[in-house]
Design a protein around this ligand. Structure first.
Ligand code: NAP
Length: 246
């Protein structure tokens, strides 16, 4: 659970919940919204890596429904509600052809990228109901429209994330909450570096992008800023592919 209670001034700040903040994109998003003046509650299965007075790390495995529920309860007690939810934590570790993908790999993808995102959206959207201009952002991938060989489980779970986000966008529209998806092309993170160990995977993937270069974290944060801005209140259920013409 969060290692300390927020101070009185912190509770005045907008509250952002971001999953998977110990490294990669989640960490970059957390640091970005901390710099913008949010209190950020982040999680990962391991210890936190961000040292900031307004950052609260909780060890949570989003695959476990009860852990996500306990985290949401703790944050409700500490902050009262949530203004921004970014469902970022995801698994991107295998590039096996469908016919060669073992059941446990399939199961891992389902549990992290699908069930984990579902539990997160369900539990935290309840904490957003009375927050004006609340925002939900999920993270998909350009692998969905690319239908790339070796991405059957990954791309299928990301397509599911896009669909869940659009349905939630309709369900939460009456409350003034928008739900949108950012789908980046290749970024430089531990996950993509791991995949790039496989021969010329990185070069082949970059060739398929419309903007054939690695996408910066700041470019993704910029899209998040757009969705979060009050003037984007009528933009909901949208997927922004960064680096690819869909
Ligand atoms: N990298 C890319 O090129 C790329 C491109 C398009 C989309 N994406 C998407 O962007 C998101 C972030 O990717 P990334 O490259 O930054 O990944 P990453 O470097 O592997 O970081 C993933 C983060 O999620 C956490 N995490 C993983 N499983 C978790 C679980 N079961 N419960 C809680 N936290 C968990 C990890 O911490 P622990 O391991 O300690 O739990 C880590 O903090 C993912 O949804 C990914 O699919 C990435």
């Amino acid at each position: 659970m969060a290692d300390r209670a927020p101070s009185e001034t912190e509770t005045q700040k907008p509250v952002a919940v971001i999953t998977g903040t110990s490294r990669g994109l989640g960490r970059a998003l957390a640091e970005h919204f901390l710099a913008r003046g949010h209190a950020v509650a982040g999680c990962s299965r391991g210890e936190g890596t961000i040292d900031h007075e307004a950052y609260h790390h909780t060890v949570v495995d989003i695959r476990e429904e009860t852990e996500v529920q306990a985290w949401a309860r703790a944050l409700r007690r500490e902050f009262g509600g949530v203004d921004l939810l970014i469902g970022n934590a995801g698994l991107a570790r295998s590039a096996l052809y469908l016919a060669m993908t073992p059941g446990d790999v399939f199961d891992d993808f389902l549990r992290v990228n699908f069930a984990g995102v579902f539990f997160t959206l369900r539990e935290f959207s309840k904490l957003m109901l009375r927050r004006p201009d609340a925002r939900v952002i999920t993270i998909s991938s350009t692998m969905v429209p690319l239908h790339q060989e070796g991405t059957s489980c990954y791309a299928a779970t990301k397509a599911a994330v896009e669909e869940m986000t659009k349905v939630l966008a309709r369900e939460l529209a009456p409350q003034g909450i928008t739900c949108n998806v950012i789908a980046p092309a290749m970024m430089d993170t531990e996950a993509s570096r791991e995949l790039a160990k496989d021969g010329d995977w990185k070069e082949r993937m970059l060739e398929k992008q419309t903007i054939p270069r690695v996408i910066g974290m700041d470019e993704i944060c910029h899209v998040a800023d757009f969705f979060v801005s009050p003037l984007a209140g009528a933009v909901t259920g949208q997927v922004v592919y960064v680096g690819l013409v869909d």
